[in-house]
Design a protein around this ligand. Structure first.
Ligand SMILES: Nc1ncnc2c1ncn2[C@@H]1O[C@H](COP(=O)(O)OP(=O)(O)OP(=O)(O)O)[C@@H](O)[C@H]1O
Ligand SMILES: O=P(O)(O)OC[C@H]1O[C@](O)(CO)[C@@H](O)[C@@H]1O
Ligand SMILES: [Mg+2]
Length: 528
């Protein structure tokens, strides 16, 4: 055992303050308000027992010079006293012995915004992911589990594989359990022992070998199961809903004072998770979408007045549709949830279709599943259903728009159109990840493992400006990431398709940006 004390992970001695403007607690290097004894950052680690209901931990914000802020992640030593530390076994690992400076300095942080000017404050930072010299778990003490929740996404199996293999090869950990069937699997299903042998080939398959589900998040039952099984590292792979679920599991574990690290690995084919550069499987999804778009293009150009219509994923965020459109260059119109459109009249979709068919003889339309839902909900057949997780179930915009286009042009006898509708949604979710996503999944898994071994908890891993970081759950779950339609990427997309902006005279341009992005509007206008 190493003699390092539990407070060694603290980078700056800090004092707890309350910022009434931002309604956030933060830790200051300057004793500008009376220091209050506390665990998270002050080093006076004690178990926080917050009554019977789980309360949300205050964000750990550490301030520094020139407007520097660290949006720090919780640590087991924040609420458990006198935790022993150990030397990282990686230092004796021959594979890593060639690396000059393998361990990440505890002071290393990653800037959230890297485009700055002379006068800019240093701004917000996240703790850099990576192996630490000191770890808070001995190899044979670790009893980890992995769970996958929400919809499918390419790369799930790769992340599972790399957590199992990474724990084994880097830290000598052999106790890893797979939880079957998502969150409810913690209390309603069996577990699967996971070894490097069991997971060896799984990255070549789509889906998740553990199975997944929506709904069934019963925090007490899940934490009871974690406690009963003696699990002390929980790796949770899933989207925005899953990360919210992970956050409440962490809060309950903290409330019970358990030495259990809870780590999220962000999974979302829609790329709707905040802060991180992009989610795993996204590149694979965009690549797979090209096949559907190419098919739509071939179909449409092979017939007079052919229209190829492709529906892609994206409930609330149109990233796949936008990137697939930009990558393809065969698309004449891209419709996403963030950018309202209308069908009839001057500047509407029907007018544009007629123009394109007259000019080109064919066209391709890509529509994200969440696009135009406000138009569909004006329909008499509105369904206000939700799935088991509480996500609103959307109507099929692809089918609806196909019908509308067909009806419109059948009334206009001078133009006979031929429309082919392709919906590759589940094919894209179910394919195995491509090479670059596989490497990305490996890094995510390693970042998660290093963070948990170092005693960090309550965080999600992911690249921020290319550097893997540990991001507190609160930042990830604040809201969903969306395409900013006042941003340059959407402008690039519009300029590649030449489609109209569909801004109606009643809805001025600035208004749309404001409505969609609220407080972040000004910030999001920054060049990306
Ligand atoms: N606010 C929440 N609190 C606790 N658990 C939640 C919350 N939101 C969702 N969950 C749980 O997280 C799991 C996955 O949620 P959901 O079905 O929304 O998928 P997701 O993780 O957002 O993935 P995706 O939408 O990308 O498929 C479900 O088991 C659900 O019960
Ligand atoms: O498999 P389900 O429950 O139909 O969910 C599919 C949905 O999940 C997502 O893949 C992620 O939110 C959406 O793009 C898609 O609509
Ligand atoms: Mg989701």
């Amino acid at each position: 055992m190493d003699s390092t004390s539990s407070s060694a992970s603290l980078i700056i001695p800090s004092f707890r303050c309350f910022d009434a403007t931002n309604h956030r607690r933060y830790y200051s290097t300057l004793p500008s308000c009376s220091p209050t004894p506390q665990g998270a950052g002050g080093g006076s680690a004690s178990i926080h027992v917050m009554g019977n209901s789980t309360t949300i931990a205050d964000p750990k914000i550490i301030t520094g010079d020139c407007g520097y802020l660290l949006d720090d992640v919780p640590h087991l030593s924040d609420y458990i006293q006198d935790l022993p530390t150990y030397s990282n076994p990686l230092q004796d690992n021959p594979a890593y012995s060639v690396v000059k400076q393998y361990f990440v300095d505890v002071d290393d942080t990653v800037a959230e915004k890297i485009v700055v000017s002379k006068e800019s404050p240093r701004g917000n930072h996240f703790r850099r992911a990576g192996p630490r010299q000191k770890v808070y778990f001995e190899s044979d003490e670790v009893h980890a589990c992995i769970v996958t929740c929400g919809g499918l996404c390419p790369g799930l199996n790769t992340v599972i594989r790399e957590i199992v293999c990474g724990l084994y090869h880097m830290y000598g950990v052999t106790g890893v359990l797979g939880i079957e069937g998502g969150y409810k699997g913690f209390y309603a299903r069996n577990t699967i022992p996971l070894t490097p042998k069991v997971v060896n080939d799984i990255h070549k398959r789509g889906g998740t070998i553990l199975g997944t589900s929506r709904g069934g998040h019963d925090t007490s039952k899940i934490v009871d199961s974690i406690q009963d099984r003696g699990i002390n590292q929980v790796y949770i792979i899933g989207g925005d809903g899953t990360q919210k679920g992970a956050s409440v599991i962490f809060e309950e574990i903290r409330r019970r004072g358990l030495k259990v690290a809870v780590v999220g690995i962000p999974k979302t084919i829609d790329n709707d998770i905040l802060v991180i550069d992009k989610s795993f499987g996204f590149d694979t999804a965009v690549e797979e979408a090209q096949r559907a778009i190419s098919a739509a293009h071939v179909e449409s150009e092979s017939i007079e007045n052919g229209i190829g219509l492709v529906k892609l994923m994206g409930r609330h965020s149109g990233f796949i549709a936008m990137y697939a459109t930009l990558a393809s260059r065969d698309v004449d119109c891209c419709l996403i949830p963030e950018s309202p459109f209308y069908l009839e009249g001057p500047g509407g979709l029907f007018e544009y279709i007629e123009k394109r068919l007259n000019e080109n003889g064919h066209m391709v339309i890509v529509v994200a599943e969440g696009a135009g839902q406000e138009l569909l909900s004006g329909n008499t057949c509105t369904m206000d259903n939700i799935d088991a997780s509480g996500n609103k179930q959307l109507q099929d915009v692809g089918f609806w728009i196909s019908q509308k286009i067909k009806d419109h042009f059948s009334k206009k006898q001078k133009l006979t159109i031929n429309l082919k509708y392709i919906d590759p949604t589940y094919m894209i979710c179910a394919v195995p990840s491509n090479a670059s996503d596989n490497v990305y999944c490996t890094l995510l898994a390693h970042s998660a493992i290093h963070g948990a071994m170092a005693g960090y908890t309550g965080f999600t891993v992911g690249p921020v400006n290319g550097k893997h970081s540990c991001i507190p759950f609160q930042r990830i779950t604040e809201r969903q990431n969306k395409v900013v339609i006042t941003d340059r990427m959407w402008a690039r997309c519009l300029s590649s398709t030449n489609q109209p902006s569909f801004f109606s005279p009643k809805q001025p341009f600035e208004k749309i940006g404001d409505e969609k992005h609220g407080d972040n509007h000004v910030e999001d206008l920054a060049i990306k």
